[in-house]
Design a protein around this ligand. Sequence first.
Ligand code: COA
Length: 273
Amino acid sequence: MTFVANLLAGKTAFVAGGTSGINLAIARGLATYGARVGVFSRNPERVAHATAELQAIRPDAAGFVGDVRDYASAEQALAAFHATAGPIDIVVSGAAGNFICPANQLSPNGFRTVVDIDLMGTFNVLRAAYPMLRRPGASLINISAPQSTEAFWGQAHVSAAKAGVDMLTKSLAVEWGREGIRVNGIVPGPIEGTEGVSRLAPTPEIREAWEKGNPMQRMGTGEEVANTALFLCSAAASYVNGTIIYCDGGQVLGGPRDYSESWHALQAAARTK
Ligand code: COA
C-alpha cells in the first residue's frame, strides 16, 4: 500500500484544464499518489476552487489562470510552476471546448475556436513545457476523444481538432523519445458528471441509449481515467510511447454487439424442430 501511495513521490505535474471534470480528477489522482500538482485554466473561480481542493490533498498544489490558446499565457504559467517546483515530470494537456453544431451551420470562427483550444492549445502547452521537462523521465499525456477516429453528427470541429491532437501525440513521441520524454494519449469514453456528457447527452433518454450502447452498460468515472493517466506517467509504463489508450469500457468497438438473445431464440427454434 505504501508503494502505491508513493507511486509519484517527488514528481511534479502540470495539468492544463485541470480545474474541472476529467482533468481535475486526473490532478486529484496525481496529487493523491504523491505528485506536486499545478493546474491551469481560464476561469479564475474554477482555478481557486480546484486549487483549494487539491491543497487539501497536498498543501503545495498551485493554480494558474490563463488560456491555452495564448502561447505566452501557457508559457508564463509553466514557468511559474517550474520556478517553484523544479523540472516538470508530468504534463497533462486536457483543456477542450465542445458544442454540438452541424458543419453547414457552423461559422469559421466557431470551427477555429475549438481547433484553437484543443489542438493549438495542446501544442502551446507541450511546446512551452519542453525546455522545462525532466529528461530523461518526463511523461506527457494528451486527452483526446472518440471523435478523433469516429465521425459524429455535429462534431466536425471536434473530430478535426482531436484527430490533430492524436497525430501531435505520435509526432512528439517520435521526436522527443530520444530525450527520455514519453508522449501518450488517452481517449476517455462517456464519463459521469462531466461538462462533455451534459452537453452531448442532455436528456435521460440519450444518456440511457449511450449506456446501453456501451459493452459495460455504464458510463465511466473520472477516477477511472485518472488511473489510466497514473499508469502512463508511472515507471510501469517506462517503454510506452506514442500510444493512445482507450478508457471507454469498449465503446470504440461499436456497442455491445450482443446477439445472444437472437442466438438463444435460434437454438430454441432448432430444438422444437
Ligand atoms: N453552436 C454554434 N457555434 C457556437 C456555439 C454553439 N453552441 N458556441 C459557440 N459558437 C461559436 C460562436 O458563435 C463564435 O463564432 P462567431 O464569432 O462566428 O459567432 C465562436 O464559436 C466562438 O464563441 P465564443 O463563445 O466567443 O468562444 P469562447 O472562447 O468564449 O468559448 C467555447 C469557447 C465556444 C468552446 C465554449 O463552449 C467553452 O468555453 N467551452 C469550454 C468548456 C467545454 O466546452 N467543455 C466541454 C469539453 S468536452
